[in-house]
Ligand binder design. Structure first.
Ligand code: PLP
Length: 397
């Protein structure tokens, strides 16, 4: 009995300490969002222009302009805007050759869209573990797992336990932190797996000086309301391959064949286009991306400094050779303090400082409980200990 009371008291003291540090960085505002958008540029001018000219939907200049800005920012040769990041990832997978009955390697620690996009393509997600530092796919664990499960049938990697073809690997740059993408690319190449990057969270993040999303043949971005840059809702496909870019545009616009008045289609397409109205918002937002990233990095530096001496908690820093946009800042509690996570979430949210735990592991969700997987010790440990803390670009502007 007294042991329980004592450890309850310890938890309370530990949580008090963290809350005090958060308050020191964030101030005493009554309500602080986890990540809210920041509209301090030409958003209103561009959106109003759409309404004034009547071009709000599928025709108008802002989609082209938005795509051009994306190629300039990322260095990708082509960008194709879409109505969501999930849709962009779905199209990336199909264009990478993923089809019905395939397996696609994805991290278990990710937002649900990563696995759902695999399902939309008719394939099955195969979950792998992350590493402690980047929180992204661990290339060493990936390699060890593939050695165990892959049987090459000619040039085709097959999962010897399920008999399904392993078609692709989809690393995620978690919370904006670049994963070990060069090593993951090496492993993928060795096994003949297509590399598709889920760069939904990492616009503005670079690894070895190169923008995330530039390692895979195809990559997906997201412009959802909670991402670093928003179009209200939206995404984009990045690729250097002109034919893939053309195909991406084609299948995201119902696969309609160009003609002045005829309606003909050459395959089943999707209504995945980004409306002009949303692109207009995005153009104004992209103009501010450098400011947003700078401000988020300033906030991250303040957190890092404030938590440097705090026992039992680690602020997640950008990995070596990487420059992170710090989309969502996070703390990882030391293993002995894992029991404090619930209380910390409760206290911060009660006080109006919005925090969230990591997403529930995808491998544990009802629709993916039967899906194949590698051992996931790091992911299972991280989800019990990670908390995302306020990260809005407006906080340090
Ligand atoms: C946000 C996100 C997506 C998809 O984004 P939507 O634009 O909301 O469809 C995909 N993957 C990850 C990892 C994300 O965080």
């Amino acid at each position: 009995m007294s042991v329980t009371t004592e450890s309850e008291a310890e938890i309370a003291r530990f949580v008090d300490g963290i809350v005090a540090v958060l308050r020191r960085v964030l101030g005493n505002a009554a309500s602080i969002a986890l990540h809210e958008p920041c509209f301090r540029g030409r958003e209103w001018d561009y959106v109003k222009d759409c309404i004034d000219t009547g071009w709000v939907s599928s025709v108008g200049q802002y989609v082209d302009r938005f795509e051009r800005q994306l190629t300039e920012i990322t260095g990708a040769r082509h960008a194709v805007a879409t109505g969501s990041g999930t849709g962009a990832l779905h199209v990336c997978l199909e264009l990478a050759g993923v089809g019905a009955g395939d397996e696609v390697v994805v991290p278990s620690l990710s937002f649900v869209a990563t696995a759902n996009a695999v399902s939309y393509a008719g394939a099955v997600p195969h979950f792998v573990d992350c590493d402690e530092v980047t929180l992204g796919v661990d290339p060493d664990a990936l390699d060890r797992h593939l050695v165990d499960i892959v049987e090459m049938q000619g040039d085709t990697p097959v999962n010897r336990f399920t008999g399904r073809r392993l078609a692709a690997v989809v690393p995620v740059h978690m919370f904006g932190h670049p994963c070990r993408i060069d090593e993951i690319a090496d492993v993928a190449a060795r096994y003949g797996l297509a590399l598709v990057e889920d760069a939904a969270e990492s616009l503005g993040s670079t690894f070895r000086g190169r923008h995330t999303g530039r390692w895979g043949r195809l990559a997906a971005l997201s412009f959802n309301g909670n991402k670093t840059v928003t179009t209200g809702g939206g995404g984009a496909v990045l690729t250097d391959d002109r034919d893939l870019a053309r195909l991406a545009k084609h299948v995201t616009t119902q696969a309609k064949l160009p003609h002045r008045w005829e309606y003909r289609y050459d395959q089943i397409g999707y209504n995945y286009r980004l409306p002009n109205l949303n692109a207009a918002l995005g153009c104004a937002q992209l103009e501010q991306l450098p400011r947003f990233v700078e401000s988020k990095r300033r906030l991250a530096a303040a957190y890092a400094q404030a938590f440097a001496g705090v026992e039992g908690v680690r602020f997640v820093r950008e990995p070596a050779n990487a420059c992170s946009n710090y989309w969502l800042c996070s703390l990882v509690l030391g293993e002995p303090h894992a029991a404090a996570l619930g209380r910390l979430l409760e206290r911060t949210n009660d006080e109006g400082m919005m925090t969230r735990p990591a997403w529930g592991l995808l491998s544990a969700q009802p629709m993916y409980q039967q899906a194949p997987r590698a051992p996931l010790p790091v992911s299972e440990s991280i989800v019990r200990r990670l908390i995302n803390i306020p990260s809005s670009p407006g906080l340090k502007l």
